[in-house]
Design a protein. Sequence first.
Length: 353
Amino acid sequence: MHVLGIETSCDETSAAVLSGSGEDASLASLVILSQDVHAVFGGVVPEIASRAHLTAIVPVVERALADARLNQSALEAVAVTNGPGLVGALLVGVSFAKAFAFTLGVPVIGVHHMEGHLFATALEERDAVPPFTALLVSGGHTLLLDVAAWGEYRLLGRTRDDAAGEAFDKVAKLLGLPYPGGPAIEREASADVAENRANAYRFARPMLRRDQRPGDADYYDVSFSGLKTAVLNAVRAVDASGPIDPTARAAIARAFQDALIETLVEKTARAVRQFGRSRVVLGGGVAGNRTLVEAMRARVAPLGAAVFAPSSRLATDNAAMIARAGLFHLERGERSGLDLNAFASIPIPGLAD
């Protein structure tokens, strides 16, 4: 079986071809075109993103088919992200996918963007399959899930304000670092000067207390707005009149990253203990942070759990994960109609009550 995946939820125009069935499906091609123009503005501009998708969608799909050495007539389904994300950007992908599938006479399957991230790591790691604890961390979402099986998810916790990736971007801007903020902060935090001044700053771990118990409203939830404010106050205290000193910037970046990562790691460890899972799967752009991956492995190894994280290529928004999630739904006999629409916010299918 050959499935074309399309992803246009934010600022990456991506297409991929997946061949095979079930856990034996393999990636035949993957094309990701990133819109670097947003770096000028320090964040994604929705209108610019939508227009760029319009320009790129056809050549990106053609390139994916060419790389897979496949004629479009060989496709048996088209999977496309239809939410959540920027509605204008999503509509480009959804509209193209519906028209393309209709022309070929094959099914179209709408895929939830975050469910796609659940499948991403399994494309590279054969053991990254349910049951597992999942931490999905991206620019727009931070979700902690218990995954009993594909299509059977229990939402344990989520961010109450900024997503982890969003917090990285905002703190990077405060520190005068480039967009996207995650890689820039990780580089700054790992610099020698940051190592030498690792104890110069320490920020409280938000919504993380020893007296929390399962069932508490904040046991699994996270919040990063207060951490962002703490960074702002630290930056102002260092130099309110000019550029921040490089030494202080590195130390603050290290302290911020330590606080955010420890919070995510401890919340995940709680889920591993409560549900007795032996696997932790990371997904989303922030899963590309190697410091997070290493900290997670160190924390859950004593609990008997292994950690699986995607490569940087599959951590970012990509069509391979959308094709894989689409294949799962296709094999269950699910199809979307030509009335498939795009949604800025939509719950993950298969969530337990």
